[in-house]
Ligand binder design. Sequence first.
Ligand SMILES: *[C@@H]1O[C@H](CO)[C@@H](O)[C@H](O)[C@H]1NC(C)=O
Ligand SMILES: *[C@@H]1O[C@H](CO)[C@@H](O)[C@H](O)[C@H]1NC(C)=O
Ligand SMILES: *[C@@H]1O[C@H](CO)[C@@H](O)[C@H](O)[C@H]1NC(C)=O
Ligand SMILES: *[C@@H]1O[C@H](CO)[C@@H](O)[C@H](O)[C@H]1NC(C)=O
Length: 962
Amino acid sequence: MRERILVLLLLVFNYVAKGETADEDLVTLKSLMDTLKKTPPNWEGSDPCDVWDGIKCENSRVTSITLSSMGLEGELSGDIGSLSELETLDLSYNKDLTGPLPRAIGELRKLSTLILVGCSFNGPIPDEIGFLQELRFISLNSNSFTGRIPHSIGNLSNLYWLDLADNELQGPIPISSGSVPGLDKLHHAKHFHLGKNNLSGNIPPQLFSSEMALIHLLLESNNLIGKIPSTLGLAKNLEVLRLDGNSLSGPVPSNINNLTNVQELYLSNNKLSGTLPSLSDMSALNYLDLSNNTFEPLDFPSWILTLTSLTTLNMENTQLQGEIPDSLFSLVSLQTVVLKDNKINGTLNVGSTYSKHLQLVDLENNAIDNFEQKHDHLSVKIMLKGNPVCYETVEGIATPYCSDNQANQLSYRTPWNNCQPSTCSLGQVASPNCECAYPYTGTLTFRAPSFSDLGNKSYFQQLEKGLMQSFESHHLPVDSVLLSHPTEDPDHYLELSLQVFPAGQDRFNRTGVYTIGFLLSNQTFKPPKVFGPFYFDADKYEHFGNSGTMESSKSVNIGIIAGAAVGGCVLVVLLVVAGVYAFCQKKRAERAIGQSNPFRRWDTAESKGDMPQLKEARRFSFDELKRYTRNFSQANDIGSGGYGKVYKGTLPNGQLLAIKRAQRESKQGRLEFKAEIELLSRVHHKNLVTLIGFCFEHDEQMLVYEFVPNGTLKDTLTGKSGIRLDWVRRLKVALGAAQGLTYLHELADPPIIHRDIKSNNVLLDECLNAKVGDFGLSKSIVDPEKDHVTTQVKGTMGYLDPEYYMSQQLTEKSDVYSFGVLMLEIISARRPIERGKYIVKEVRNAMDKTKVLCGLHEIIDPSIGLGASSSIGLVGLDKFVDLAMKCVSDSGVERPKMSEVVRELENILHHSLAAGGSNDESGSMISSSYEEVSRGSSSCHPYSSESFDLKAALSYPKVEPK
Ligand SMILES: *[C@@H]1O[C@H](CO)[C@@H](O)[C@H](O)[C@H]1NC(C)=O
Ligand SMILES: *[C@@H]1O[C@H](CO)[C@@H](O)[C@H](O)[C@H]1NC(C)=O
Ligand SMILES: *[C@@H]1O[C@H](CO)[C@@H](O)[C@H](O)[C@H]1NC(C)=O
Ligand SMILES: *[C@@H]1O[C@H](CO)[C@@H](O)[C@H](O)[C@H]1NC(C)=O
């Protein structure tokens, strides 16, 4: 006290002398410094208004204190109450500021903005806060406040922002009764952010009325109980509603459907029961989370299919049953579907028109027994573990959808702005503009974003732009911002790391820091709407420049001098070493540059030297292919896969083309693209699809193939193409595909393993000859010493060699395994895994060679022609099945080589033909027996121009199945 009087005396003297700051405020500030440690170093002298960091005055009275991120320590004393003209108090992000919020705060009758975000205040929020009639903005979130929310806050009729989230507040949500005020009186309030506390009791029905302006109601992660009041439907302006993580029970009131502006609705992790009402009027919904409630068993609600803005649907553990409609996945904005832990059954079909934003479909632990995979390498992460469709994994046929892998969330990081970052000195960080500096950093937390795709650049780029615009319009010396590490935290908040870089200097001074802090703490900065309500929490900033303390700047200087002296010696040594090293590296570097950019010279057509070694493939320009496909028109779109779309094209000479155009996301690296072209252009065989050329420009990657008119074997087996194959024709298709594979394994140099043999990748030409295509996963065995390559396991569910899966060693025998599965598919017309049953196992169990059709009646495709003329039976079927089963032996060494498979198939075909085995029934759309095809058109003779002819085949030594 004596000290204070002394100060007072001194100050009065000073004030008289200078006549600047009102003495009372100066005294108050000085006395605040008794309990507040580490105030800015320029808080000295007698004129706070002019010089002190963070103080603003009007008419010599202090009206604003903004000390965000100043590293303050200690407590806020009751003396603050004397600053009677104070309108703004921002002490945010001072982690070491503790103690209670003094009752004297109630004396600041002019206060309109109170921000204490991210400090360590504790104790109750004083009732006196209710005296502050001018208060419009309260942010006390992320402290350790305890006790109840004071009823008196209900007196603050001008309040529009109330953020008390992330404290330890208890008791009920206060509402008015009689003369006692409550939150229901705050008709101008737009934001109640009360999540992450220990609030208890009911959500009071009186809280809501039609006069309310409320747009964000956040009550998540409390201990609220009872029913959701139906009066909630009156709060028509609501845009974000989070009631998740409480113990709410009873049914969801149906008039919640009246809230047509709600974009984010979280009701998850409660005890809600009864039937879920239709929310079909909530057409603005982007994010819907109903997980972990105990609703009555419900079929997939059809009203969800009308929510065209939906990006995220989470109905994990909600008693969903029955099938999911395919059309769900074509909701245009859809990114994430999580329906795990339900009783969904039947077939999952993501369809061919699924949303292009779709990232994740998590259906783990349901009863799905079939997955209709239209796209070979779907870019969507599908999770089906714990469904019958995955039960077959005991065979070792694991698949990506059945595995444990977590969704590999894409992650955003602000890219370098066309520059090369150099290494920065200790503590400094390279900005996106590659300048080393000490950034101001912290975490942006978005409490209810309307999206779930954390890899989507455009959202984050909008956010960067918004931040920069905001800093610029407030004339802040900011060079750039860097966003990184988007993550979803357990409360389903989106957290994002923010780094703000100074312009012109390597560090911010205090003015810069507290001004940026204030801009983010008082919500002057508004992120793009998709991010929803947010708060910022800053890390401690310890690099203040200019107005920084003398000591720290001195030590920095000493550091720099010392560093420079040591650095100088080291530099000399380094230079010598570097010189020698550079000399040695020169040649290697030149080579490396060439390798890292294979198209560097390939792009200029003149320099033939670096062109890939293409035998016949030609290079097409983008414009040419655009012309040949009529601008990639819909009419020419003939299919799609994980890599993109396939278009039909016509050369000026009439030749038909199939053009595979990689979509943006699936573009391979240039090296891989080049490798695939090189691989493809050195294989030429009648049973392999021929590569005609490629296009690489305008950010486009396209492969141009011969057009194979009768589509995939799969479409024929499933009946989709309308072509029916009889037994002999099936034998020929198998033989053709086997010959193509034999060429790859035994004649190509170096040998090639296809790695994705399946019925979708066997095409049928106009004469129904098989042609193997899609070499997207193929591998060459370059090392002649080895018969395998060790590589990441890729392929398709059901066709994958278990030995390869387990050892990651890919051999020719892996293709043989897939081919065996393909053979079984050829006779059964079944997908390898259908309704949870694996064809290999089915055949193995059912096979009985003593019976007609080897006991496989149930399995053999009826349209193979077992009709009237079936007296002949399927000649050689037993040998065919035997051969297939040998191909799918567990161990690769027990499987035959492809050339042996070819020989045996020829053998079977010979016997079948000799027995007059074509049992083609008249009336099938395409007559497909050997005789008729060869009679019909000589150019269509399946083996006319090739080495194999029947006579020769007859003289092959027979390979009897053991
Ligand atoms: C709100 O919803 C209820 C039940 O769905 C309905 O009966 C009522 O008319 C709606 N009220 C308004 C104002 O739209
Ligand atoms: C549902 O509950 C499970 C188990 O407690 C939890 O792991 C999961 O995160 C919850 N889902 C959501 C969406 O909160
Ligand atoms: C799927 O479940 C529903 C309801 O439980 C049932 O009626 C239906 O028969 C099931 N469908 C299949 C294919 O199992
Ligand atoms: C702080 O930095 C800003 C911009 O770089 C500058 O205008 C201002 O004068 C500096 N303040 C002090 C006290 O050095």
